[in-house]
Design a protein around this ligand. Sequence first.
Ligand code: ZN
Length: 261
Amino acid sequence: METTRREFLRALGTSAVVIALNPLELIASESRDKISVDGYVHRIPGDRLSDSFHKDEQRNLWVPVYNKVRDFYSNDFDIKIDLREEQEVNERKLDRNHVAVEYTTMDEMLNNPRDVLYAFGGQEFMDELEAEIKRAQKAEGWDYKTAEAEIFSTLKEGTNKTFSGEGGFGSEISHRAWILPSKTYDRARNDEELVNAYAFSVTHEIGHVLSLEHPIGSGFFSEYGQHNFMNPTGELKDIFSFNFDIHPDQVRQIKQYLRTD
Ligand SMILES: [Zn+2]
């Protein structure tokens, strides 16, 4: 049980670490790669953004959020966005060119620990999970369900402790991203600022799903500049005005990623 948790937490902690990349090949900029995004909005009682989607179609804030996201990527990619009515992600459809973004709470996200584990560690984590369940069954005399539940509750505890729950995260492995309600973003003075802030989170997490890491250095010293959308944190005034850009190296990296099998 310890091993799974440790590995998982390590993955959480190192998701920001730069992974060695293959040398980027120059790819003709005229060719436009396709990206399809499914946007899921969970029902979160009392949450303004969730309510705007489920209860107030006239003022559905997710339309302008995703319009911003589309505008941001459409300079370099053919991006198509579908806001989905259902809440369950259709994983079978997902691949490098087809990604899912969920607006949900940390609690709800952790109700599907297998999805989260897979997002961070792929099949390796799934295998390790099964091994841990077997070990716990043997050691404690539990049945499968009990052992599984015990391990999941340990994972949940650990995640709640290490992860602030602000922002979100994105996984290249499972082609999925999670966006969580942000207390910081509640400081937006109007709908426009709120839309800009969540558009930043969504573009950033999609960046991770499309293989991008955080740039080296932060703020003014970020390798891709102060306003790069993959900087892990931005200044609030930039977030609320969506003052972000993408670097040509990042465009090339995404294109290379989309064209690799
Ligand atoms: Zn990030």
